[in-house]
Design a protein. Structure first.
Length: 123
């Protein structure tokens, strides 16, 4: 089983930057990203997060976020989605990069999740 990656940031530039970085190591992985609000400001939007989750090709989504309200929007989208959305509380860039590289290399979903979980950020 393969997975898609979703990147959610409060900043369009950050989301685009992480996406561009992942494209260097995970060209064949389905990666969607969203950053900022509808009007181009700083923030996140339930509707925009839902759009990128819906746009993923796979039923399993590995989700990475930068700040708290991005996580909140991902959690709300997960409540309404038929997809299995796994939200990771990990270092944002490192977690997404690790997941992308491992998926590109053909690692199993269980192995990807285990490796990414090692990057968990604890308060």
């Amino acid at each position: 089983m393969t997975a898609s990656i979703v990147i959610v940031s409060h900043s369009k530039d950050i989301a685009q930057g992480v996406y561009s970085l992942l494209q260097e190591v995970a060209r064949e992985v389905d990666i969607q990203f969203v950053g900022g609000t509808e009007d181009g400001g700083i923030g996140t939007s339930f509707d925009r997060v839902q759009e990128v989750v819906d746009a993923t090709r796979n039923d399993v989504v590995l989700a990475f976020y930068d700040l708290g309200s991005a996580k909140m929007n991902l959690e709300m989208v997960a409540d309404f989605s038929d997809k299995e959305i796994r939200i990771f509380d990990v270092a944002f860039v490192e977690g997404a990069y690790t997941a992308g590289a491992l998926l590109q290399a053909g690692a199993s979903l269980d192995d990807v999740v285990a490796q990414v979980e090692e990057l968990r950020v604890s308060k």
